[in-house]
Design a protein around this ligand. Structure first.
Ligand code: NAD
Length: 497
């Protein structure tokens, strides 16, 4: 048996039972329906998970609501300690968690899955520290006998619905601040990568939180996800997913607090004075990290005509250096794509671009000789016109589409013209130009002289106002703004006689 097979077997053996987690226990789902979880690199069946029913969701939400009253009144320092215990348990299961992520998601174990687990633990630590400093204003009163205090208090019970591209780190962006602030949670992981969610839930179970504070229901979007989003006992929904899913949940959820982290179409803009080797390296990283399956991936490069040829040569060189293969290989940069839908979308966008005059200069097809046909070549496409799906839609594949521009304002119009506005990058050696762009790009985050894929765990991350990339902020103490509400307590003080 190979060492990878032993590692995989050990990680699969560490999984809890394929049940739902309600009221502090793994219990049978009352649904007979099971969903298959496949390894995209080998095509092998990893597990079958319950597709939780409306009854299961009801039980989970009731348990979370029962736990809510006490949990939100515990001292913040107690909840901080619980978050640190969760981080400890995550690190105790570090290799198993990373193995499960690579097995079901397909990302490289060494380059990406282990760092994802570390950031997952870090998100709980950051929340544990931030909650101790959640100071709020005392408001000067008009009435001399009044004192006006404000407190950040929990919203209540949240349904947290997450995607398959970062199966542990994205959930933890909600769980850390959410739990630290005194909320209770019902978690629905993505159906393509639920096993990471099961093991993450087991870590939380081992951290000894009061029963009901954290619950898991596995299943697909239209049944389990919808039951959670529409449940009247759920006070808030946190969704990270496609913009179309956000649209649907927004309509279905009714009056609930919503926190939406949706799609992106991250342009990287390369001006004539850019450090081109750095810009090319950043574009390749932004497009090929996690096989391009990242909300802030470099989905298109808008490059000044004067440096277009040099940039293109450099980016092709960088693409050639990407090693595609078994996610458990030590030297591997890119594994398979996660699922057939995202792979076919990538192919469809490339075919559309070619029809509209684009030229594939490197890659462009599935990799032969792998165990499955889920691997796609790192790809560079030139002469991409603004009318293509590569420019107007989120591709979510390992593709650098190059669009040539002649004027700064043309680049800004193209960057802002798709409706998406998550993270954008600008490469220039001139600080004045950097700010000209940063102040005009309509998005939540701008990166100067680094990849669109750059983020730090504690920075505020999310869609720009009025865009289709969502609203609210995930990251560090800023998540507390969305997962709490401000309660004012007015106190009447009698003058002493
Ligand atoms: P998706 O929208 O298909 O699924 C996300 C989650 O929503 C899954 O758990 C799914 O089961 C659930 N869901 C689907 N339909 C539902 C419904 N009708 N009711 C309730 N729940 C439903 O997205 P995906 O394919 O898993 O993830 C990729 C998308 O996520 C991309 O668009 C990407 O840009 C986006 N994303 C955004 C961010 C961000 O921070 N903005 C981060 C990561 C991913």
């Amino acid at each position: 048996m190979s060492s990878t097979a032993v590692q995989s077997d050990q990680a699969l053996a560490a999984l809890p039972p394929m049940k739902i987690f309600v009221d502090g226990k793994w219990v049978e789902s009352d649904s007979k329906e099971r969903l298959e979880v496949l390894n995209p690199a080998t095509g092998k069946l990893l597990a079958k998970i319950p597709c939780a029913s409306i009854g299961d969701v009801n039980r989970a939400v009731e348990s979370a609501r029962r736990a809510s009253d006490d949990w939100c009144l515990t001292a913040p320092f107690e909840r901080a300690a619980a978050c640190h215990r969760i981080a400890d348990r995550i690190l105790a299961h570090r290799e198993e968690l990373a193995t499960i992520i690579s097995l079901e998601q397909g990302k490289p174990y060494f380059a990406e899955a282990l760092p994802e687990v570390d950031e997952t633990a870090e998100n709980f630590r950051i929340a544990a520290e931030d909650v101790k400093r959640l100071e709020t204003p005392i408001i000067p009163a008009r009435d001399p006998n009044k004192r006006l205090f404000t407190f950040k208090v929990a919203i209540g019970t949240w349904g947290i619905i997450t995607p398959w591209n970062f199966p542990t780190v994205i959930p933890s962006e909600y769980f850390g601040p959410g739990l630290a602030a005194g909320n209770t949670i019902v978690f629905k992981p993505a159906e393509q990568t639920p096993l990471s969610g099961f093991l993450l839930t087991q870590c939380i179970a081992e951290a000894d939180l009061p029963p009901g504070v954290f619950n898991l229901v596995s299943g697909d979007g239209p049944s389990t996800g919808d039951a959670l989003a529409t449940h009247p006992g759920v006070d808030g929904i946190g969704l990270t997913g496609e913009t179309s899913t956000g649209d649907l949940i927004q309509r279905r959820a009714g009056v609930k607090k919503l926190l939406m982290e949706l799609g992106g179409n991250g342009p990287q803009i390369v001006l004539e004075d850019a450090d081109l080797p750095r810009a090319a390296k950043a574009a390749a990283f932004g497009a090929y990290f996690n096989a391009g399956q990242v909300c802030c991936a470099t989905e298109r490069v808008l490059v000044d005509r004067r440096v277009h040829k040099d940039f293109l040569d450099l980016v092709v060189q960088a693409a050639k250096a990407i090693r595609v293969g078994d996610p458990f290989g030590r030297e591997v940069d890119m594994g398979p794509m996660n699922n057939v839908a995202v792979l076919e979308k990538t192919e469809h966008h490339l075919a559309d671009a070619q029809q509209k005059g684009a030229r594939i200069v490197f890659g462009g097809k599935r990799v032969s000789g792998q165990a499955t046909n889920m691997f796609f070549e790192p790809t560079v496409v030139d002469n991409v016109s603004p009318e293509t799906l590569l420019n107007t839609h989120e591709t979510f594949g390992p593709v650098v589409p190059v669009i040539t521009v002649d004027q700064y304002d043309q680049a800004i119009a193209l960057a802002n013209g798709t409706g998406y506005g998550l993270q954008m990058a600008v490469f220039t050696s001139d600080i004045d130009k950097a700010f000209y762009f940063a102040e005009r790009l309509r998005c939540g985050n701008v990166v100067i002289n680094d990849t669109t894929d750059y983020w730090e765990a504690h920075e505020p991350f999310g869609g720009g106002g009025g865009t289709r990339s969502g609203y609210g902020r995930l990251g560090g103490r800023f998540t507390f703004d969305d997962m709490t509400h401000l309660k004012t307590v007015a106190v009447h003080v009698n003058p002493l006689k």
